[in-house]
Design a protein around this ligand. Structure first.
Ligand code: TRP
Length: 448
């Protein structure tokens, strides 16, 4: 497909909502609170913030620059900018997007199921046992969760098939402000719950005694996942950016929005959890689904709050899942000449087929483990600890060493001089990011 016909964002605001929509997702609302809980709370938050602003922001800019320079999907971008040895780096990204989507839609399916329960009034139980049983009944069932996952995959495919401005951008402009409004209301409620203080202290007061290299590795993996880094999702979004846009400033806006939402989600979930008498470390992937309904059920207008919450989760997941399907689709369109609709359908079918065993790994195939991990655990580990850091490492090497100085011009908006801080960014991408990521990658793989 030639560059002019690929389409593009209609406005700067639309781009920011779409890119923030990509970043803000299950990673922020479902995963961040339980990962923070498992790694000791405040200290993890502090390290996470260092990872986001120390590494994440620069890498977000790097992916967007690669996209806008090449006007291509991840595979095509590496090929155009760096030559024939590099497309494999983009290929790894496309594969990783498929892997992440195949568990992402399972969890998003749970969110839809819970939205249905909330609308039905089926979430009125306040005792933990009943909610545990409900969660196990849903996730352990062979068929029902797959139907919800299929509905979610279909919605994703429809939006992506409609294209950039008409599909992804239009949806994001509508959903992101709505999502933000719901979230603020929920946080105000959660932090004023009786007993919330303990959770707030856990989240906000660092306890360094529990920190080790595993904490750092987990924080970096979480930061990459949350910022949608490492598989070329932002290369793809950048490829639809206008040359007139100030890339550095808009990247900062996206990173800030993502971080604010993660912190707000922590403020919502962790106090609610501790107010409900749970210890944060025992949470795991079910936390959001088991804890919050109990809290909502015990308070006035609880049903409205639970509807609001699961709607929030579903919308956040949708604006992210489109950004996981889009690199796959743009690869199939740019490089393989498929029509956008065909590519969306094909990509979705593959992801759904892979989601079947993932969903079953929470139920009948729970016993099937690989090195102690269920299939879901394995895929999550592959993405967060291996493939996303490797992808970011390759991005930094490619942009810093192969592309080099021309990247600086791309950072400026057309006709503007390159900002004074831009060389600092390039220095960082060249000399600091690759070594730091490689070091943490290796440390994270050493079994501790
Ligand atoms: N960032 C999203 C979240 O927090 C998930 C996501 C979307 C993603 N696109 C990505 C993760 C690309 C890694 C790479 O839920």
């Amino acid at each position: 497909m030639d560059d002019a016909r690929r389409g593009g964002w209609a406005s700067r605001f639309g781009f920011i909502m779409a890119a923030a929509g990509s970043a803000v997702g299950l990673g922020n609302i479902w995963k961040f609170p339980y990962v923070t809980g498992a790694h000791g709370g405040g200290a993890f938050l502090a390290i996470y913030l260092v990872c986001v602003f120390g590494f994440g922001l620069a890498l977000v800019m790097a992916e967007l620059v690669m996209g806008r320079m090449s006007r291509r999907n991840p595979v095509g971008a590496f090929k155009r900018l760096a030559g024939s040895a590099w497309p494999a780096a983009g290929g790894l990204g496309v594969v990783t997007a498929v892997v992440i989507l195949s568990f992402y839609i399972v969890v998003a399916g749970w969110a839809i199921a819970y939205l249905v329960y909330a609308l039905d009034g089926a979430l009125s139980a306040t005792d933990a046992d009943a909610l545990n049983a409900l969660f196990r009944r849903l996730t352990g069932a062979p068929v029902a969760p797959l139907l919800y996952a299929a509905a979610f995959m279909l919605a994703t495919a429809v939006v992506v098939a409609r294209g950039i401005a008409g599909g992804i951008e239009r949806m994001s402009k509508l959903f992101m402000p709505l999502l933000f409004g719901i979230l603020v209301l929920l946080v105000l409620r959660a932090v004023t719950l009786p007993g919330a203080g303990e959770g707030l202290a856990f989240f906000l007061r660092p306890d360094w005694s529990s920190v080790d290299i595993g904490t750092v590795s987990a924080a970096l993996g979480q930061a990459f996942f949350s910022l949608s880094l490492g598989l070329g999702g932002l290369i793809t979004y950048g490829s639809y950016m206008s040359p007139r846009q100030n890339l550095g400033r808009d990247a900062l806006a996206v990173v800030l929005l993502d971080t604010v939402v993660a912190v707000l989600a922590g403020l919502m979930v962790l106090p609610a959890m501790m107010a409900a008498g749970m210890t944060p470390a025992e949470g795991g992937p079910g936390t959001t689904f088991k804890v919050l309904p109990a809290v909502f059920a015990a308070m006035p207008a609880g049903r409205l709050f639970s509807i609001g919450f699961f709607l929030l989760l579903t919308l956040a997941a949708l604006t992210s899942s489109v950004s996981l399907l889009e690199p796959v689709v743009s690869y199939l369109v740019d490089e393989r000449g498929l029509k956008r609709t065909t590519a969306s359908a094909l990509g979705s079918l593959v992801c759904f087929a892979l989601a079947v065993p993932v969903s079953l790994s929470f139920g009948v195939w729970h016993e099937v483990t690989f090195a102690g991990l269920t299939l879901f655990g394995l895929m999550d580990f592959f993405a967060s600890h291996l493939s996303l850091p490797i992808g970011s490492l390759l991005t930094a090497i490619c942009l810093g060493w192969v592309v080099g100085r021309p990247a600086l011009d791309e950072l400026a908006s057309r006709g503007q001089p390159v900002a004074a801080w831009a060389p600092v960014w390039l220095f960082f991408i060249r000399f600091i990011a690759p070594f730091a990521i490689a070091w943490i990658l290796i440390q994270g793989l050493i079994p501790g």
